[in-house]
Design a protein around this ligand. Structure first.
Ligand code: PEP
Ligand code: MG
Length: 580
């Protein structure tokens, strides 16, 4: 028996036989000398065509279920398949060195994967995975595997692999996959977002799992805590069966209350909103009865297109989001938050500390044309529903005032052109930099709402890079300093009569959500698939209990993040025993 601890990225408990899709060692293809290079070139051409068709049909399937105009993860794959430099290098290996096509593809792909994975730019680093995905598919087609994914399991199984790719997630027959377990992967990679949207329990970051697992081994996968056990003994199987039973009961309970609004047990309303971007399947918002969009991350439009979208493209994307929701439902669109780890390929920013650099509103204020184009597009979408506009990364009052001046100009431009928009559009600020929380009284004077971005607020308060695993123990949502900044923000907002919500990941942890509500937070926004979990917890806890927890957490002297977290979990399990 081996137990591995990784990162839980898609909830659920599943057990079943392993299907070893691939591990690092299974990736080599034979190096052969060929007699007829032109026949080899013809084989490569035919396999490339098959690959192109497969990618096109995967892309069509993705569009069908995501409901987005162009959520195209696969356009990058097609570009790589067509890339003249890559093709020429393969041809050289085949024609001049008389190598077999599989080997040529693997060699050339390996070279570009190394180059890309060593880049500093996170966007380009991520593209090395696209090269891996498309070259694997091409090699499998060369080897004559018709489905391009060698999935030969005859009963439902847990797919174990080194790293998942989006095309694999979409290609597997859905009923045959109980779960995914991968050695590597991040919670925000496309493959994982797809697995989550499909509701398949998934754990990543299991390091060496694929090297010790064989097809047919019994696997227990806990997609809620992030553990995977291979060949469990009887005691582990019995303990897991209990967890599974509880998990099933919880899932049933969650489904039952899904169409209800977010509120505490005694009816204090806490609307639960969804965090979305251009890749989000909007249908998922209906499924979980999201009460609106609390955060539309617009930068993913730039990243998906790898260029600046036009005003028309933006207007179309924002309007589409507004139209998918019932009239009157709030849609909070945040202006561009490029920078930090979110960059496009064309981005030539070379910064030593990108998270402290020319990111987000700072970039927009230096590029007024880009800023006003986006503001006009958001305003135009506001003619079709209840749009709210939100500024990210505000650190100073000047930034907020300057952003509002650009907004006034954008309104003026539309008025001149006779284009309709909501003249009373609400404008708010994210509070995600400690400085903003500390001047929240002043910001509240000129904002219609606040939304606290805990992801960055934690990072900047504790000086801990939100992406750096080496310091992840210091990334503490319940650190007293973070809570005091949130408390201050809530008080400042409420003193001016404005609503204060949270749109960082902390909102999606049921125990922390109870604390936030007790602190006076008016709404919570999160990935749509987590809404049922948080809704279920909140609907079980009376407001007075949440408030008493908040008081204890804020007043406890000498408390640490850990002790506060324990206090929150105690309240959670007391009122929501199913979440023990
Ligand atoms: C946040 O910082 O909490 C937030 C919601 O913004 P992002 O994760 O996009 O930086
Ligand atoms: Mg942020």
């Amino acid at each position: 028996m081996h137990t591995f601890c990784g990162t839980a990225v898609s909830r659920g408990f599943v057990s079943g036989p392993a299907y070893l899709l691939r591990n690092a060692a299974s990736e080599t293809v034979p190096e052969l000398t060929v007699d007829d290079p032109e026949a080899e070139m013809a084989r490569l051409k035919a396999a490339t065509e098959v690959t192109r068709q497969q990618i096109a049909s995967l892309s069509a399937e993705l569009k069908k279920w995501s409901g987005n105009p162009d959520p195209d993860i696969f356009s990058g794959h097609l570009m790589m398949l067509e890339d003249p430099v890559i093709r020429a290098e393969c041809a050289t290996l085949i024609r001049e060195q008389r190598r077999n096509a599989e080997y040529a593809v693997q060699q050339v792909a390996a070279k570009y994967m190394t180059v890309l994975s060593e880049m500093d730019d996170p966007y380009l680093k991520e593209r090395s995975k696209d090269v891996a995905d498309v070259s694997r598919r091409l090699i499998r087609n060369l080897l004559g595997n018709e489905t391009a994914i060698p999935f030969a399991a005859d009963k439902p199984c847990i797919v174990v692999t080194d790293e998942l790719t989006p095309s694999e997630v979409l290609s597997f027959p859905k009923r045959m996959v109980l779960g995914f377990a991968a050695d590597r992967g991040s919670a925000t990679s496309h493959a994982i977002l797809l697995a989550r949207a499909l509701g398949i329990p998934t754990v990543v970051g299991l390091r060496t799992l694929s090297t010790v697992t064989h097809t047919g081994d019994l696997i227990l996968l806990d997609g809620s805590r992030g553990s995977v056990t291979v060949n469990p003994d009887a005691a582990a199987r019995a303990a897991f069966a209990k967890l599974q039973e509880r998990g099933r009961a919880l899932e049933t309970a969650l489904e039952a209350g899904q169409d209800q609004p977010g509120m505490t047990a005694d009816g204090h309303a806490v609307p639960l909103y969804a965090n979305v971007d251009v890749n989000t399947a909007m249908s998922s918002l209906h499924q979980v009865h999201a009460e609106g969009i609390g955060l539309y991350r617009t930068e993913y439009l730039w990243i998906a297109l790898n260029r600046e979208p036009t005003e028309a493209e933006q207007t179309e994307a924002y309007t589409q989001a507004v139209r998918t929701l019932p009239p009157g439902t709030p849609v909070t669109i945040r202006v561009l938050d490029l920078g930090g780890d979110k960059l496009t390929r064309q981005d030539d920013r070379q910064e030593d500390n990108p998270f402290l650099g020319n990111r987000s509103i700072r970039f927009l204020l230096r590029h007024p044309e880009t800023f006003r184009t986006q503001l006009r597009a958001i305003l135009r979408a506001s003619a079709h529903g209840t749009v709210q506009l939100m500024y990210p990364m505000i650190a100073t009052l000047d930034e907020l005032l300057a952003a509002n001046r650009e907004l006034e100009r954008a309104k003026e431009e539309l008025t001149q052109a006779g284009i309709p928009f909501d003249h009373a559009i609400k404008v708010g600020s994210m509070i995600e930099i400690p400085a903003a929380a500390l001047i929240a009284e002043d910001l509240a004077e000129i904002c219609d709402f606040f939304s606290i971005g805990t992801n960055d607020l934690i990072q900047y308060t504790l000086a801990v890079d939100r992406l750096n695993e080496a310091v992840s123990n210091l990334y503490q949502p319940t650190h007293p300093a973070v809570l005091r900044l949130i408390d201050r923000t809530v008080r400042a907002g409420h003193a001016k009569g404005i609503r204060v919500s949270v749109c960082g990941e902390a909102a999606a942890d049921p125990a922390i959500a109870i604390l936030l509500v007790g602190m006076g937070i008016d709404g919570l926004s999160m990935s749509s698939n987590l809404i049922p979990l948080v809704k279920y917890a909140l609907r079980a806890v009376p407001l007075a209990e949440a408030q008493s927890l908040a008081r204890q957490c804020l007043e406890a002297r000498g408390a640490t993040a850990k002790t506060i977290e324990t206090m929150c979990r105690e309240v959670l399990v007391r009122w929501v025993p199913a979440m023990r």
